[in-house]
Write a protein that binds this ligand. Structure first.
Ligand SMILES: *[C@@H]1O[C@H](CO)[C@@H](O)[C@H](O)[C@H]1NC(C)=O
Ligand SMILES: *[C@@H]1O[C@H](CO)[C@@H](O)[C@H](O)[C@H]1NC(C)=O
Ligand SMILES: *[C@@H]1O[C@H](CO)[C@@H](O)[C@H](O)[C@H]1NC(C)=O
Ligand SMILES: *[C@@H]1O[C@H](CO)[C@@H](O)[C@H](O)[C@H]1NC(C)=O
Ligand SMILES: *[C@@H]1O[C@H](CO)[C@@H](O)[C@H](O)[C@H]1NC(C)=O
Length: 305
């Protein structure tokens, strides 16, 4: 009985010893993991828990080439030598579809501790997130853009007018943003769907169907509106000018009787008047610019009347 009590007591003391000495001791290895999204590979690790006066980290990797052809040598990660941060961007280092072993060396004062990523990393395991697709209509053109553009990215986009999916057009897009004409589909509802392929890793993700209404008329409508506006404003200017000259001697006194207008100004105004007649997208700008010269216009029109 005494022996049993003694044994229990010894066991208890042993347990207490373990509790005090080991349970609160920090982990002696780092918790390393790879976060790879859209072909950007970031190695992250937990901070070193043991107190040291200086601590820094060095990252190395070993691909299948180094393992089999270079006798198992390790390569220093370009940007991650004796760094104090707890992460390392390995995007440019892990540039093939090889399986990579990755390890981090912790330097704590004069100790070095190696920790290896539990499983080899292959960039084919990157998580591809479908980018946002934007479609903007500019006249007869649709501009297609994507929120993220990865190197080596090809987009296979289908476009069709609603209800005619079997005749969808396939666009192979490698340059961004991409433009194509919808002149023959004016006024229809256009639908788009896309598949984003990153050829280097032969991995793809889908962008779901979206439909947009296209305007019935293109720039032509705007052009007509602008032309009408120009005609109205010029007519108004002539009317005001003439009424000032012909019906209002008092107004004429105040508006028209200034110093005689030099011939240069007359010719400048007459030349500029001919500009809106040309069909161009500029007339609106012209009008805004010229409105500050209304005073000069009145002078000229009075002169002509
Ligand atoms: C290790 O880190 C990963 C990612 O940060 C986390 O999900 C996991 O819980 C951590 N494991 C431990 C044992 O701390
Ligand atoms: C490869 O490593 C072994 C021992 O690890 C060594 O004997 C051999 O010389 C090395 N070969 C080359 C080419 O470095
Ligand atoms: C990294 O830590 C080691 C040992 O603590 C130290 O000798 C070395 O100078 C440190 N490197 C940098 C860049 O701080
Ligand atoms: C380095 O290690 C030696 C023993 O290996 C120890 O005596 C010395 O104090 C250590 N230096 C530092 C700066 O920790
Ligand atoms: C790419 O992956 C597809 C399946 O997702 C497969 O059918 C095709 O053969 C692969 N191409 C290459 C070049 O590996």
């Amino acid at each position: 009985m005494l022996q049993l009590t003694h044994l229990i007591k010894s066991l208890y003391l042993l347990l207490l010893h373990f509790n005090i000495n080991y349970s609160s001791s920090p982990p002696i290895h780092l918790n390393i993991s790879m976060q790879s999204v859209n072909m950007k590979h970031i190695l992250i690790w937990s901070p070193w828990q043991v107190s040291c006066s200086t601590v820094n980290y060095t990252v190395q990797f070993q691909g299948e080439y180094e393992l089999h052809k270079l006798n198992g040598t390790w390569v220093d990660a370009y940007d991650c030598q004796e760094i104090s941060e707890n992460q390392c961007d390995l995007t440019s280092d892990l540039a093939s579809n090889s399986d990579y072993c990755i390890r981090v060396m912790t330097k704590c004062d004069n100790k070095t501790i190696w920790t290896q990523l539990p499983l080899p990393f292959n960039r084919r395991n990157t998580v591809l997130l479908a980018p946002e697709m934007t479609t903007v209509i500019e006249g007869d053109l649709v501009q297609v853009g994507f929120s993220t553009i990865l190197p080596d990215m090809t987009v296979y986009m289908e476009s069709w007018s609603e209800g005619d999916e079997q005749n969808a057009l396939i666009h192979v897009i490698r340059n961004f943003p991409y433009h194509f004409s919808i002149a023959t589909h004016r006024g229809e509802k256009m639908c788009f769907r896309a598949e984003v392929l990153v050829e280097a890793i032969n991995k793809s993700c889908s962008i779901h169907t979206r439909c947009i209404s296209t305007p019935k008329t293109a720039d032509f409508g705007i052009l007509v509106t602008v032309s009408i506006a120009v005609v109205v404003v010029v007519a108004l200017a002539i009317f005001l000018g003439c009424s000032a000259t012909c019906f209002g001697p008092y107004i004429k006194q105040t508006i028209c009787h200034r110093e005689p207008l030099p011939n240069v100004l007359v010719s400048v105004f007459l030349t500029s008047l001919t500009i809106p007649a040309q069909i161009s997208k500029k007339p609106l700008i012209f009008l805004i610019e010229k409105s500050s010269h209304t005073h000069k216009m009145f002078q000229t029109i009075c002169f002509v009347c």
